[in-house]
Design a protein around this ligand. Structure first.
Ligand SMILES: [Zn+2]
Length: 353
């Protein structure tokens, strides 16, 4: 009976053509920036919506600030609660020896998507635009990462490349180089790419969505890097059709106007979540694809009505692993069943398992 139940609830199988997944977080990205009428000025973002996506995802249930929300994505845990990662700070972390690891906060090793991917032999990378993400290197670098759980032993350094560079155009070069190198080695890869510029502009001049604003220019700059990234993948026969992009944001912004600190403000908690599966496809609504596991909140609702959760940025890590055919992050609670479907076809029969 248990086996039957497991078979019936198995998530759809991933596409074996996908060999690389890039989890992109555009810091402070409002979902309006992905609307189709912006295709001329945001060709990269609009292209990424040619596949399953929603512009009604939600950030962490309690906090709408940067570092905690990225940890939701990368660990598959919310900030608070029994299964939370417990990291509430948003400043540069203390040194490793002074408690600057995720494990020290919770008193036990806290796995990430990097652990799962690296233990399975993938090349992993972080290309980020804010120094506070050194918390990832301090938590999953060679001095702090956990033992490899999957033979052969790929070591304790779960992040092969950690690089901080705030410029989207040079970031894209780092990401492409990592993918090309992985492909040349016949290795798969998982990269976290954090683009900071819209958040910088928002804090300087506000989350101003009017044409020509600093915020709009910063989003266009991020978009140009994404559009170029997709072109570079298209142009490389080793990467074309083999790179999936999961794109989301840590938070929106605009309440207060030059920040995003109020977790109850719809413009702060509403974010996009996009799964682009290696090629342009027909757009599909992620909520429509997941009627049994996620529920769409109203536009001003922070939580979905009833018992089902909304789609959250915290879904992203386990989705990225699922697209690579890898299991969920140990101890995670968001999308831990990897049941966020990105295709409409039903799960194939798995009775042979
Ligand atoms: Zn910010």
């Amino acid at each position: 009976m248990l086996a039957t139940l497991a078979a019936e609830t198995s998530p759809p199988q991933p596409d074996p053509a996908i060999r690389h997944v890039v989890l992109v977080s555009v810091d402070g990205l409002r979902p309006e920036m992905l609307l189709p009428d912006l295709v001329d000025v945001h060709p990269g973002l609009v292209r990424l919506t040619r596949g399953p996506h929603t512009l009604q995802a939600r950030c962490d249930p309690d906090l709408s600030i940067t570092l905690p929300n990225h940890l939701d994505m990368l660990t598959g845990r919310p900030v608070t609660g029994e299964r939370g990662h417990q990291w509430t700070g948003n400043a540069d972390p203390p040194a490793r020896a002074q408690g600057g690891t995720l494990h020290a906060r919770g008193g036990a090793y806290l796995s990430s998507m990097f652990d799962v991917a690296h233990d399975h032999g993938l090349r992993t990378g972080v290309v980020c635009g804010k120094w506070k993400f050194v918390l990832l290197e301090q938590s999953y670098g060679e001095d702090a990462g956990g033992p490899d759980q999957v033979k052969p032993d790929d070591g304790k350094d779960k992040i092969d490349l950690f690089l901080c560079d705030p410029q989207p155009r040079s970031q894209l070069e780092h990401v492409v180089t990592l993918l090309e190198r992985s492909a040349a080695e016949r290795r798969r890869s998982l990269v976290f790419w954090h683009i900071p510029s819209p958040d910088f502009a928002g804090h300087a001049k506000g989350w101003d969505l009017t044409s020509g604003s600093d915020y709009r220019r910063a989003v266009a700059e991020a978009d140009a890097a994404l559009a170029m990234f997709l072109q570079r993948c298209d142009a490389d026969p080793e990467l074309r059709g083999r790179v999936a992009v999961v794109l989301t944001a840590d938070h929106g912004g605009g309440v207060p106007f030059i920040s995003h600190s109020d977790p109850e403000a719809p413009v702060n908690f509403t974010i996009p979540l996009v799964a682009w599966l290696g090629r342009d496809e027909a757009a599909a609504d992620l909520y429509d694809l997941n009627p049994g596991s996620r529920r769409r909140p109203g536009p001003t609702e922070r939580f979905a009505p009833g018992s089902l959760p909304p789609i959250r940025n915290g879904d992203a890590g386990n989705l990225a692993l699922h697209l690579l055919g890898l299991p969920a992050i140990p101890g995670s609670s968001i999308n831990a069943a990897q049941d966020l479907a990105v295709r409409s076809d039903p799960a194939p029969a798995t009775s042979s398992r």
